[in-house]
Design a protein around this ligand. Structure first.
Ligand code: ADP
Ligand code: ADP
Ligand code: ZN
Length: 217
């Protein structure tokens, strides 16, 4: 199963991809998580990415594509993947198309998460992330059992620097200009399926399961 989860920052891609990837036994390929790991270890790639990341700009395509190529060449990606946060512009989408084709495969579906802007703002400003395992919480909508502590691993929860309100607005703008054109791109390829990204997390997960299953039949 080869899927792309597409949608604005805060749409719930990571929340859903994490659970469904586990359920389907395929990797969640989250470029944002990979960048945060690279920045935390201060690797050359992390240092290169940081200046863009901190401003809420897209990290240059060559950096992202190097990461994606390396990830797709790992053995678990042979079973399939959920792309979460990639591609984010047309050049990346075209590069992904070529990579998948060269491996002798095709994408099964691109799942678009439809969420209104006020809801995105509420979600992003209340988002908290586990420093240790990357699990995502929300102060109000998906709180951990103990404040500040990850339910899954006991790690410390923190607010991402780029989830402050000024940066969030800019990221939504970057999404509208650079990423939203992918909707037409994938619609044109007959790959786009839309799910309503608002409502209970479990209900949305079920909606994704059913659109994906329907496409595979
Ligand atoms: P994305 O990966 O698309 O940026 P996340 O999965 O990180 O989005 O979700 C953004 C925030 O919204 C997180 O704080 C998460 O806990 C919360 N969230 C995710 N899904 C829902 C939902 N269906 N309803 C309310 N809040 C949600
Ligand atoms: P969100 O789901 O909230 O948008 P991500 O964790 O996916 O956040 O991305 C955070 C930041 O990482 C982006 O604002 C951007 O700077 C960088 N980034 C992640 N994925 C990509 C990508 N595919 N191309 C360019 N930059 C990326
Ligand atoms: Zn954790």
């Amino acid at each position: 199963m080869r899927l792309v989860f597409l949608g604005p920052p805060g749409a719930g891609k990571g929340t859903q991809a994490r659970d469904l990837a586990r359920e389907w036994n395929i990797p969640q390929v989250a470029t944002g998580d990979m960048l945060r790991a690279a920045m935390a270890s201060a690797s050359p790639l992390g240092r290169e990415a940081k200046q863009y990341y901190d401003r809420g700009e897209l990290v240059p395509d060559d950096v992202i594509l190097r990461m994606i190529k390396a990830r797709l060449s790992e053995s678990d990606a042979g079973r399939g993947f959920i792309m979460d946060g990639f591609p984010r512009n047309l050049a990346q989408a075209e590069a992904l198309g070529r990579l998948v084709k060269d491996l002798g495969h095709t994408l099964d579906a691109v799942v678009y998460f439809d969420v209104s802007e006020p809801e995105l703002l509420r979600r992003l400003t209340g988002r908290r992330v586990c420093r240790q395992c990357g699990a995502t919480y929300h102060l109000v909508f998906a709180p951990p059992t103990r404040p500040g502590v990850c339910d899954r691993c006991g790690g410390e929860l923190y607010q991402r620097d780029d989830d402050r309100e000024e940066t969030v607005k800019h990221r939504l703008d970057v999404y509208a200009r650079q990423t939203a054109p992918l909707l037409d791109h994938y619609r044109g390829q007959g790959l786009l399926v839309t799910v309503k990204g608002e409502g209970a997390i479990d209900t949305i997960r079920e909606a994704i399961r059913s659109v994906v299953e329907a496409r595979r039949r």
